[in-house]
Design a protein around this ligand. Structure first.
Ligand code: SF4
Length: 429
């Protein structure tokens, strides 16, 4: 049977979809394009904003329309946030638990032909073990180590749909990474809803896990997809300082560069704490790339507060800012506050984006003329592309070997890329 899968939202959802695909393939299903006429459609939904809800609903409707006889499955945050959601033609609903039971649930559906609903119950749910051995066509392998969030930021619905913090057992994480490394992956990305919170429910912590991962033979690069500033403890920083396989890039969400807005958002730090930590990180890794997320136009953000965010971002010198115009999410505290005009939000987003571009180019400049190691991800028409450890996107006008490290001399910047030439010697790292 042909299955089309569509994934919306974050890296955790992408990881979970990959796992669903591997389970389906093992069970003999054929994975097809979501736009094809399929026997089964799976939509792994997102609910982070109202717009994500609209999109999730739209994709479910589209799947039903494509083939009214198909079995349509909706899973993930949108259905978890909307337990009453029903649609004619929607056959299986799976929240944020039991995605790994996809094959059994499909078998059950095809035997009984009755609607199935598996939604998350309020009580504590253990970490749902998933294990992926291969990421087809990719050089980077993702490993989900954690789920859930208990921060309850005022604008965010995630703690209500992903539940309490829970972590994958340390030995299972280590084994998954060992398997990926022996399958040829040289770069591993740790993901989670609240990655740095790893271990709060177990007898361990993120620093211990990081250190043990770094000792795995053959692992060349270790990335952390995103980490909260409050989780960069002295212990974590000590591990970062000690192990060069932890890449020179951290993504740390700032969300707002004004104490007043941070307070309204219910974030758990203030600016001086954030800035002090950044200084600490730069002391041990002076050339590190620090990227961030910022929400503009959160309720209560005055022009003055937004200007403060601009100058904070400039002062910190992020190497890239992911800008999100505040998007109202029903069921959150921020949704009850007085909202900011859409045009104002748009204008602020444009201003911050143009600062991000300036900062990014400024960071690129630092590497002109330098020799950097690039892991090749794609080669097409005699041109190769890959990233450096600090996540600089580099193009090389040569046909190079996929999943191989090359030393590249950076010669010019053509935004959004850096261009360079290799010495052709494959790095024996
Ligand atoms: S830390 Fe805040 S923004 Fe991030 S998932 Fe938790 S509640 Fe949402």
């Amino acid at each position: 049977m042909k299955v089309g899968i569509l994934t919306l939202g974050c890296k955790v959802n992408t990881y979970e979809s990959e796992f669903v695909i591997s389970k389906l393939m093992d069970a003999g299903y054929e994975i097809a394009n979501f736009n094809d006429v399929c026997d089964i459609y799976i939509i792994n939904t997102c609910s982070v904003t109202n717009t994500s809800d609209v999109k999730s609903r739209k994709m479910i409707r589209q799947a039903i329309k494509k083939n009214p006889n198909a079995c349509v499955v909706a899973m993930g945050c949108f259905v978890e946030a909307n337990h009453d959601f029903r649609m004619d033609g929607l056959d299986i609903v799976i929240g944020n638990k039991d995605k790994s039971k996809i094959v059994e649930l499909l078998d059950q559906y095809f035997t009984k032909k009755e609607e199935i609903r598996r939604l998350y119950e309020e009580e504590y749910t253990a970490f749902e073990d998933m294990d992926i051995q291969e990421f087809k066509g990719r050089t980077r392998a993702f490993v989900k180590i954690q789920d859930g969030c208990e921060n309850f930021c005022n604008y965010c619905i995630i703690p209500y749909v992903r539940g309490k913090c829970r972590s994958k057992e340390k030995e299972k994480v280590l084994q998954e990474i060992r398997n990926l490394v022996s399958n040829g992956y040289q770069e591993i990305v740790l993901t989670g809803i609240h990655t740095g919170n790893y271990g709060v429910d177990l007898d361990t912590n993120f620093a211990t896990l990081l250190e043990e991962i770094c000792k795995i033979k053959g692992l060349k690069r270790l990335r952390i997809s995103s980490i909260e500033i409050t989780e960069l403890t002295d212990e974590v920083l000590r591990v970062i300082e000690k192990y060069p396989c932890i890449v020179n890039h951290l993504h740390i969400p700032l969300q707002a560069g004004s104490d007043e807005v941070l307070k309204r958002m219910g974030r758990k730090y203030d600016l001086s704490y954030f800035i002090e930590k950044i200084e600490q990180i730069r002391k041990i890794r002076p050339e590190i790339s620090i990227t961030t997320d910022v929400i503009v136009g959160h309720p209560g953000e005055s022009e003055e507060m937004f200007e403060e965010t601009l100058s904070t971002c400039q002062k910190i010198g992020f190497s890239k800012i992911h800008v999100f115009p505040y998007s109202l999410r029903k069921g959150t505290k921020s949704a009850e506050m007085e909202q900011i005009d859409g045009k104002v939000k748009k204008l602020r987003a444009q201003k911050l984006l143009s600062l991000s571009r300036k900062l990014e180019e400024c960071y690129f400049q630092k590497f002109l003329g330098k020799k950097l190691d690039v892991l090749i991800e794609t080669t097409e028409d005699g041109e190769s592309f890959g990233h450096t450890e600090n996540y600089l996107p580099v193009k090389i006008p040569e046909k190079l070997q996929h999943n191989t490290f090359y030393p590249v001399q950076i010669e010019k910047i053509e935004y959004p890329y850096l261009w360079g030439k290799t010495t052709k010697k494959i790095l024996n790292r």
